[in-house]
Design a protein around this ligand. Sequence first.
Ligand SMILES: Cc1cc2nc3c(=O)[nH]c(=O)nc-3n(C[C@H](O)[C@H](O)[C@H](O)COP(=O)(O)OP(=O)(O)OC[C@H]3O[C@@H](n4cnc5c(N)ncnc54)[C@H](O)[C@@H]3O)c2cc1C
Length: 387
Amino acid sequence: MSVLNVDRPAPLLEEEVVLFEESAARFFEDHAPEKRVAKWRADGIVERAMWTEAAEAGLSLLSVPEVYGGQGGDYRHEVVLIEQLGLKGVDGFGLSLHNSIVAPYILHYGTEEQRRRWLPAMAKCELISAIAMTEPGAGSDLQGVRTTARLDGNEYVLNGSKTFITNGQTANLICVVAKTDPAQGARGISLIMVETDGAEGFERGRNLDKLGQEAADTSELFFHDVRVPAVNVLGGDEGQGFFQLMGQLPQERLNIALQGMATIERALELTIAYVKERKAFGKAVIDFQNSQFVLAECKTEATVARVFVNHCIELHLAGRLDAATASMAKYWVTDLENKIVDRCLQLFGGWGYMAEMPIARMYRDSRVQKIYGGTNEVMKMLIARTL
Ligand SMILES: Cc1cc2nc3c(=O)[nH]c(=O)nc-3n(C[C@H](O)[C@H](O)[C@H](O)COP(=O)(O)OP(=O)(O)OC[C@H]3O[C@@H](n4cnc5c(N)ncnc54)[C@H](O)[C@@H]3O)c2cc1C
């Protein structure tokens, strides 16, 4: 249980959700033990079998209705899964992106035919998804993307390159942000769903060597005259992409805050246990007033963060989480995550710097939380618009 004394939001205390939480925790204990996760980190990729194992355990497409092959749950189940991935240190596994970022695009904006075509296969993890927005020359400013999708008969012809794409080596269903009308700004952007198996002209580039989250296959993708059926434009109509992306951002940002919160709680738990054991100058490290004050401050700030994150979960479950509030959660919690993990690492002394220690991995893995999903500077820009 968490080191923080904050009540869970009531919707997460319902018996069915608690049972799901227990089974998700057991799944990661059984299927993602340290040794296996270490291998994924060394390989730079989570092995394909893990996706199937997760699907068989009922962990895929949690909030997609059963009629489309999903688990018929809702955002509460997504919360639990993201928390468990963080608490068990399985951050590099892109399942929550598949479940709670890409699937909602198809569920909310896809045509009925698109939902029936892709969601059941995604639920079985026969199709693994990715979202490809970022390009070598455009990240924060999405309107600057240069990938194009030109209509030719009843097909789009895709050209361009993407980078930093999570699940990039594994995914075989990729939601590509492309310009269908380069002469227009936001209205010229569409989301094109690319089924990559056998797609001519589609090429995966490097699996990028990163500072942390090494098990995530964050990659480059290239599209050279890739022909995609015109019916693969998400929602059936061109020019909707930018608005579809904006609609999903609050959930994506809350997901990152949840991941940050789980890391904060895990860091505190591990550090408190360590300082109680570790001895210096004839006493336990926790007996120094400095250790107590550092951890008291961290616990206080973590408690404040948890209360706010719980508030955001409740808002989102009620359909009332706006972009600015989600941005506050994303930027503030991920800044705090980096600060707390750093302070905790210090209490481990030299051991904190050893790659084998979970706190060292958390230090490296946390850094990107301030960058992806919209940088924390972009979050402040969005908040400032409401002033
Ligand atoms: C591990 C990892 C996984 C990722 N996964 C994905 C993925 O699955 N799909 C995907 O599409 N992308 C993904 N990304 C990309 C990520 O979303 C982008 O890196 C991020 O949005 C920033 O874009 P950029 O890298 O182009 O930075 P830039 O936009 O070049 O920003 C550079 C700096 O300028 C600042 N800046 C930019 N605009 C402003 C402004 N208006 N005001 C103030 N400061 C500004 C930024 O905050 C930043 O500090 C991933 C990135 C990483 C590292």
